[in-house]
Design a protein around this ligand. Structure first.
Ligand SMILES: Nc1nc(=O)c(N)c(NC[C@H](O)[C@H](O)[C@H](O)COP(=O)(O)O)[nH]1
Ligand SMILES: [Zn+2]
Length: 169
């Protein structure tokens, strides 16, 4: 896949649209279909884009499924067997404090995503040691980390968090 940083930058542009909250991260994601000669972005998403306490990856699935009048859990039916790459600024969650279905579970349920490309690991703020990568790789999903946007991604992701120095004031 050529130029993964370009698609990660597009995912970061999505993350910037997310309304900051102190209890989660502002994350952006997009689903790229590389099964044809010209890679195509089939859907995008950002944290809280869809109603409820929604994650960026979850919004990608909700929107794509809705476009085909399907429930989110059947989104895999509209994706090619091979070639689907999920770009997400922060690695998919493997535990959610709210108890909602995690994005790792949603990716596996979709069944058509063969590669996940992320810009950063999940910090330990809410979840100590996100183990989503090992769960995905055991299920045959390739997980790749693309370097270069870490600082920007974390700055956007934590926009809603009270910064340490603010507390000192
Ligand atoms: N990959 C990813 N995409 C997102 O859109 C998002 N918000 C997170 N965030 C991970 C973080 O661990 C959870 O946001 C907290 O654990 C709170 O859980 P809820 O989001 O309230 O279910 N991670
Ligand atoms: Zn998630």
């Amino acid at each position: 896949m050529d130029n993964p940083l370009h698609y990660l930058q597009l995912a970061l542009n999505e993350a910037r649209k997310s309304p900051p909250k102190p209890t989660n991260y502002c994350v952006g994601a997009l689903l790229l279909d590389t099964s044809t000669a010209t890679p195509t972005i089939v859907t995008t998403g950002y944290t809280l884009e869809c109603p409820g306490n929604t994650h960026a990856e979850q919004c990608c699935f909700i929107k794509l499924a809705a476009k085909h009048n399907l429930p989110e859990e059947r989104v895999g039916e509209v994706l090619p067997e091979e070639g689907c790459v999920l770009f997400t600024t922060m690695e998919p969650c493997a535990y959610r404090a709210s108890g909602n279905i995690t994005c790792v579970e949603r990716i596996l349920r979709c069944g058509r995503i063969k590669t996940v490309v992320s810009g950063v690991r999940e910090p330990d703020t809410f979840v100590e040691g996100n183990n989503g990568r090992s769960i995905l790789e055991k299920a045959g999903v390739k997980c790749i980390y693309v370097r270069g946007l870490e600082e920007e991604i974390l700055e956007v992701a934590k926009a809603g968090h009270v910064q340490q120095n603010d507390e000192m004031k």
